[in-house]
Design a protein around this ligand. Structure first.
Ligand code: GLN
Length: 454
């Protein structure tokens, strides 16, 4: 299937940056042998999976969508990958993404864009467009993504797949190439809510290698998905977030969203409207905190330790080499955020920008807490529009950033979220996503409500 539809940077879905057919087949054979021998198997043993290229994989190239890591082969596995391998899932390869996970369209990949399988003139969302497109195009039944501001959920929405951002700390970040450490979270990209539950249970759980890993069992996600699939939501209180819809939201997106809300009511849920006034500041807050963290994280790409090294002519100093390498190795969006972050963290501005943003972040968490006093889950459309045209927002960073309006608050507060398919918009026939947000560590509620919509 990958050979038939994936193509390359110039045509086709281009979900993959690296395919390991032989490795995947070898693992699949081992799975067959285990099955033949009658050994107890993990439910996902032998089910192939694609992994976003920001997650390190031993012996398999890992670029994070950047030229600066071209050719780098990590010497170790991320915890997520270690658990996938231990359960016997063949890893098909690494999926395309916006460079260092910065973007909402996968057009910022240094290796060419991924195209939306529903309409190849459209974006597959981002930054994890490769993982979502691979699942949507039947190139992989399961994939891993990472979500710092929506990069699992928004690609899920625009490709008609299921995407989950777990509670911050519920899935280990060990071996994720960090974008913003306080926001990043790995999670499942799948075709069904039950598949996502199985996958999160596999990759999640405490990890001593990640100091922010939560040392607490979550309620069973598989049970929650099964319970939701039975279609009974009686007793569940659902809040529609006032600030996550309205002017500028595509009518076809709002229509499918409203239909899904009606379905939840039919299933017995009680639905009320809930206002979270600080959410309108989430985007501004995020675009101070994220650049601050990523400008610091990206300092390690110094031409000495990893990947690319560009040596200018003459008798260059170490600083000359570093400058030339970072100039050639980073794309425009990455440079933009390094400049924003360095500015926000500089001594005269630290309090005014980074310090203020941290305070607003606390207010956003408090809005979530107040809302979850009244309701069990919050819902919204995952993204304001369906998949836009390739190139449409590439020269307008702000328009690109605005696409994440509904997904970013969850990352700032560390709460879990799922995006499930809600049908196709009337005006363009493209997939719409329905988002369910729950309190920290109550990921099971996302699965229960999400499964009720399938
Ligand atoms: N689109 C957002 C950004 O550009 C989110 C990215 C992400 O979740 N990795 O930062």
């Amino acid at each position: 299937r990958i050979a038939a539809v994936d193509g390359d940077a110039t045509a086709g879905v281009h979900a993959f940056l690296h395919v390991d057919a032989e490795g995947a087949l070898a693992t699949a054979r081992e799975s067959d042998e285990r099955r033949a021998a009658g050994n107890p198997l993990h439910p996902l043993d032998g089910v192939p999976i694609a992994v976003k290229d920001v997650v390190v994989t031993e012996g398999m190239p890992t670029t994070a969508g950047s030229k600066i890591l071209e050719g780098w082969v990590p010497p170790y596995d991320a915890t997520v990958v270690r658990r996938i391998k231990a359960a016997g899932l063949p890893i098909l390869g690494k999926t395309n993404m916006d460079e260092f996970a910065m973007g909402s369209s996968t057009e910022h990949s240094a290796y060419g864009p991924t195209r939306n399988p529903w309409d190849q003139t459209r974006i597959p969302g981002g930054s994890g467009g490769g993982s979502a497109a691979a699942v949507a195009a039947y190139e992989a039944p399961l994939a891993i993504g990472t979500d710092t501001g929506g990069s699992i959920r928004q690609p899920g929405a625009v490709t008609g797949t299921v995407g989950v951002k777990p509670t911050y700390g519920a899935v280990s970040r060990y071996g994720l190439i960090a974008l913003a450490n306080s926001l990043d979270q790995a999670g499942p990209v799948t075709r069904t809510v039950l598949d996502a539950a199985l996958l999160q249970e596999l990759i999640g759980g405490h990890d001593p290698l990640d100091s922010t890993s939560v040392d607490q069992e979550l309620p069973s996600l598989v049970d929650a998905a099964r319970q939701g699939a039975s279609g009974d939501l009686s007793g569940v209180r659902i809040g529609v977030v006032t600030e996550m819809s309205g002017e500028g939201w595509q009518p076809g997106v709002m229509a499918r969203f409203q239909e899904s809300v009606d379905l939840l009511v039919k299933a017995g849920a009680e639905v009320v409207e809930v206002s979270c006034p600080t959410f309108v500041h989430a985007l501004a807050t995020y675009y101070l905190i994220l650049p601050a963290e990523c400008s610091s994280n990206l300092a390690k790409f110094d031409a000495m330790r990893y990947g690319l090294r560009v040596v200018p002519e003459g008798n260059p100093s170490a600083e000359d080499v570093m400058k030339a390498t970072r100039d050639a190795g980073f794309g425009d969006e990455v440079k933009r955020r390094i400049i924003l972050g360095t500015y926000a963290l500089s001594s005269g501005y630290y309090d005014a920008y980074y310090g203020q943003a941290q305070k607003v972040r606390t207010l956003i968490s408090r809005d979530f807490e107040a809302a979850f006093d009244k309701v069990d889950v919050l819902v919204s459309p995952t993204a304001p529009t369906t998949a836009f045209e390739l190139g449409e927002k590439l020269d307008d960073p702000l328009a690109m950033y605005l696409n994440d309006l509904a997904t970013i608050p969850a990352n700032l507060a560390g709460v879990p979220g799922i995006s499930v398919p809600a049908g196709l918009a009337d005006e363009d026939g493209l997939p719409v996503g329905f988002q369910v947000l729950a309190p920290a560590l109550a990921d099971d509620r996302c699965y229960r409500v999400g499964a009720a919509l399938e």
